[in-house]
Design a protein around this ligand. Structure first.
Ligand SMILES: *Cc1c(COP(=O)(O)O)cnc(C)c1O
Length: 388
């Protein structure tokens, strides 16, 4: 049996599958079992920022696997210690502590629990079109009806406000609010950047109400938007930063960055795998790669430049069925005047893998190591397919 037949036979499948078996990656490309090459603008869903099969991460993982793979948080560990210090050193000012877990949803769960512990309040306010993960707490903060409804009742205390609407946010936050959670650029919701004054107002509203401001940068973090973190772009520092996806070169890892005052009492939260030396070694290698001077340019600058290059090239022959292009670094949303899903297969047939975001937006999250020639090919292919 090939991968297709075997997965069909044995998986408890949760995803609508595409008819491609991906077996190998290198840089911005992946190959299928027929030897076909694709420029990968799915990028592991925004995970593969430093490129597939990154040599530095491969080496770090192999080396650490021979030394120590598991070390629970009840013990200190040299590699974890180095990663905690590294994360705090690149974090926005004031976020002087880090908690390590295994995924984005787990980072959101921890953020919600830490905010509830620190404030003694239950309320969580999040944004319409926002996405924060599929576990029950993170799902309670996620707006999309199709994801939520089958799993009710969800966690009590959660409410939604329209994204980028300052007055509605002010009205929703009060003395019961533990946290406001928001993506600086909504990913799943259609690549929608927050207005700068909205995030600044969110900061003030949370300060006045004594609520914890949580930025979910699971997708936007680690150079995707042209800065190490999107909040650096906005000049707004949250109380809590949730991270995952690109943090460890594709190895599962999540993190929560926060100030010391959000330190939970010992024993209130925990994780078996979180902060294991294998994932920590991968993250140290990945972050070192992002900041490495040996690249022609730093990875954040590269994302900024290549994102602008895409927009400029795509705009030259923009197909009529395109309603808008939203691009922040290499986080790109091409919004159509119609449903986007029918275009994903023709794009793959021409060698470009892309994601949907909502029903009408084609989302491109290429590895940030993508070359100029490859990003040009992506812009031209998307334009061609949408013009047919
Ligand atoms: C992917 C994502 C999550 C969930 O991360 P998982 O690792 O899939 O649990 C949460 N928030 C945002 C913004 C994401 O993009």
């Amino acid at each position: 049996m090939n991968a297709r037949e075997t997965e069909r036979a044995y998986a408890l499948e949760v995803f609508p599958k595409r008819d491609i078996a991906v077996v190998r990656g290198d840089g911005a490309c992946v190959w299928d079992d027929q030897g076909r090459r694709y420029i990968d603008c799915v990028g592991g869903i925004g995970v593969a920022s430093i490129g597939h099969a990154n040599a530095a991460v491969a080496e770090a993982v192999a080396e650490q696997a021979r030394v120590l793979v598991s070390c629970p948080g009840i013990f200190y560990n040299d590699v974890r210690a180095r990663l905690l210090a590294e994360l705090v050193s690149i974090a926005p000012p004031g976020l002087t502590r880090a908690f390590l877990c295994n995924s984005g949803a787990e980072a959101v769960e921890a953020a919600i629990k830490f905010a509830r512990l620190a404030t003694g309040r239950a309320g969580v306010v999040s944004a319409m079109r926002g996405f924060h993960g599929r576990t029950l707490g993170a799902l309670s903060a996620t707006h999309k009806k199709e994801y939520r409804e089958p799993f009710r009742p969800l966690v009590p205390g959660f409410s939604f406000v329209p994204f980028n609407h300052i007055e509605k946010l002010r009205a929703a936050v009060g003395e019961d609010t533990a946290a406001v959670i928001v993506e600086p650029v909504q990913g799943e919701g259609g690549v929608r950047p927050a207005d700068p004054d909205y995030l600044q107002a969110a900061r003030r509203i949370c300060d006045e109400a004594g609520a914890v401001l949580v930025f979910d940068e699971i997708q936007t973090g680690f150079c995707r938007t042209g800065r190490m973190f999107a909040c650096d772009r906005y000049g707004v520092v949250p109380d809590v930063l949730c991270l995952a996806k690109a943090i460890a070169g594709g190895v599962p890892l999540g993190a929560v960055l926060a100030p010391e005052r959000l330190q939970p009492p010992p024993g209130r939260h925990g994780t078996t795998f979180g902060g294991n030396p294998l994932a920590c070694a991968a993250a140290l290698a990945a972050i070192r790669f992002m900041r490495d001077e040996r690249l022609d340019e730093r990875l954040d600058e590269r994302a900024e430049a290549l994102g602008a290059r895409f927009s400029e090239r795509f705009d030259r022959h923009r197909p009529a069925r395109v309603r808008a292009v939203r691009q922040v670094g290499l986080m790109i949303g091409v919004e159509l005047r119609e449903r986007c899903r029918p275009y994903l297969q023709p794009l793959a047939e021409r060698g470009v893998l892309a994601l949907p975001a909502g029903t009408t937006v084609i989302r491109l999250l290429p590895p940030l190591v993508i070359t100029e020639a490859q990003i040009d090919e992506v812009a031209d292919t998307v334009a061609e397919v949408l013009d047919d």
